[in-house]
Design a protein around this ligand. Structure first.
Ligand code: 16G
Ligand code: ZN
Length: 542
């Protein structure tokens, strides 16, 4: 039975704003708030509380996660997304249920929608339910978490668990861990923030054993939650990896992602001013985003002092190459197949480089869920978006194979142990800026590489990404992993006609999943080519 009275009374406290319609998109719900402490999403969070409880009941009481964040977006934005039991993004078929509930205009509409879902999905309300939730450092996170909790309570969630301020990947890690059976959980690590930090520190320390300590790494925390997590982790590894933190101000809400962070660096193709102040030529620096699930590296070229970006594509090629070598050294090249998953935004040079090195590459639509699912098909699936979202997945079968492997030489033994440690170091639930940069540090240290050597693998093709405002972005329909427009009719042919004039020309147009615009990407062998025939070649009237 639905607790109708309690639910109606609670819902009345969180009325839906009439002038907004919400959509559960690539990154869950995301909107600009009225103010930094704004309330635009409170009704949505209340309803997510209802839905998360139902999802948990449907899955026999397995823990479901809810993360309140707007990632790299400005401080005034906020958002929320649901996390499924294995720590992955919400099953796509439930996204529409989230949108449906979020858009019910009144309490009675909501009740109707909810009753409909319960019967359509055959949810047994007597089942237990557990929901774990966390938020980034945005001030609006607190009222939103309160609204979420009201929703959880109204739907009778048995075990709502508040992580408080947490990184997105730590929440995913905890959700995954909470749902493991006891024995597996002991191997995985405690599903707590402490368990997470200890797991990373232990794996990192093992992998760095016998290596000389790294030179100092600059870490830009985007004035966000990454700074909080790293305060706990950094002391555990400070003698092997000295870190110089910048942009750690989480007390000034408006500082979040402002002139810093991974998105700033990737979009502006330059270091944050705070990094530039202290960077020495040839020194490694990296930037996290506002919820610490993506990272990019960069350095100043020792020769000319020019900024050089080492983005998600460079991280993917570094990781795939290193792990591929370990698999060979372990004597498992015939058994374990590695694949790399990219999106259309991957620089053409990176794809070519991977293929040249014999690694299969798949292209999928933008958004972590697409990459993650595609990567799960390999024994070892490396996936990164150019913007720095990504991780490396080892399938359960692969973990079993590695554990059962009987090495025939000390070299095989060492390589096998390194692979097993990497599984612990690399967040298996979702892309994780902290775990990813530790992985990069391990690889650079094993290879005795600095950023220059890492960068030498291939040279990015010049490229350009522009936002175009259009009357209706939903009129743009794509195919072939977003690389081809099928609507508006005739537009792709016009794009092709321009692209064909340029050596190594490639371009695509796709509607954004997070903003009201379409994005146009172009690359070519020269800067002039990538920029096109005029300054805005794609402002074709459409
Ligand atoms: C979301 C996605 C990110 C993607 C971006 C594209 C997740 C967790 N995040 O932030 O992976 O790169 O959307 O944005 O999936 P766009 O559709 O506006 O270009
Ligand atoms: Zn993020």
């Amino acid at each position: 039975q639905i607790p109708v009275q309690a639910l109606m009374a609670a819902s009345d406290k969180y009325p839906k704003p009439h002038d907004i319609s919400f959509a559960y998109g690539t990154a869950g719900f995301r909107t600009k708030q009225v103010s930094l402490w704004g309330d635009t999403l409170e009704s949505t969070l209340f309803r997510i509380g209802l839905l998360a409880t139902l999802r948990s009941k449907k899955l026999h009481g397995q823990t479901i996660g809810v993360m309140i964040t707007a990632s790299h977006n400005p401080a005034i934005d906020n958002g929320a997304k649901l996390v499924d039991p294995r720590g992955e993004m919400l099953d796509a078929s439930w996204e529409q249920h989230a949108t449906l509930l979020a858009n019910a205009e009144t309490t009675s509409d909501l009740l109707k929608a909810l009753t409909g879902l319960i019967s359509e999905l055959k949810i047994d309300l007597s089942k237990p339910s557990r929901v774990l939730y966390g938020r980034d450092t945005r001030p609006s996170g607190e009222p939103l978490a309160k609204a979420l909790r009201a929703g959880l309570e109204a739907m009778g969630c048995d075990a709502p668990q508040d992580m408080g301020i947490a990184t997105t990947p730590c929440l995913h890690y905890m959700v995954k861990g909470s749902n493991l059976k006891q024995e597996a959980q002991i191997k995985y690590g405690a599903p707590s923030e402490l368990g997470y930090v200890q797991k990373l520190a232990t794996a990192f320390t093992k992998l760095m054993k016998g290596k000389s300590p790294a030179s100092p790494l600059i870490v830009d925390c985007a004035n966000g939650v990454g700074a909080v997590a790293l305060t706990k982790l950094a002391p555990l590894i400070s003698d092997i990896l000295p870190i110089r933190f910048i942009c750690t101000n989480t007390s000034d809400a408006s500082a979040l992602n402002h002139s810093c962070g991974a998105d700033y660096v990737k979009t502006n193709q330059k270091p944050p001013p705070a990094a530039l102040d202290i960077m020495e030529k040839g020194q490694r620096a990296c930037s996290l985003d506002g919820d610490a699930d993506r990272v990019v590296y960069y350095y100043l070229n020792p020769e000319d002092g020019k900024f050089r970006l080492l983005d998600g594509d460079k991280i993917a090629t570094l990781a795939a190459g290193f792990i591929g070598d370990l698999v060979k050294q372990a004597g498992l090249a015939e058994t374990l197949k590695i694949g790399v998953v990219q999106t259309a935004y991957a620089n053409g040079s990176s794809t070519q480089y991977l293929q040249y090195n014999g690694l299969p590459v798949r292209c999928v639509p933008t958004g972590v869920k697409h990459l993650h699912h595609a990567a799960e098909r390999y024994n070892i699936g490396v996936y990164f978006e150019a913007n720095g979202h990504g991780t490396v997945l080892f399938s359960d079968e692969t973990i079993d194979i590695l554990n059962a492997h009987e090495p025939r030489s000390p070299a095989q033994e060492t390589a096998t142990q390194h692979l097993l440690c990497l599984i612990d170091l690399i967040n298996q639930a979702v892309g994780d800026a902290i775990s990813d940069f530790l992985m990069v540090e391990v690889i650079l240290s094993h290879k005795r590489w600095g950023p220059v050597e890492w960068d030498q693998g291939y040279e990015d093709l010049p490229n350009r990404l522009v936002k175009v405002n259009v009357a209706d972005r939903f009129a743009f329909k794509t195919q072939d992993a977003e690389r081809k427009l099928v609507e508006p009719k005739g537009l792709q042919e016009r794009v092709d006609a321009i692209v064909n004039k340029f050596e190594k020309g490639r371009s695509f147009v796709r509607p954004s999943g997070t903003e009201d615009c379409v994005r146009v990407y172009a690359e070519a062998s020269t800067r002039v080519g990538a920029d096109g025939e005029s300054s805005s070649p794609f402002l074709i009237r459409c």
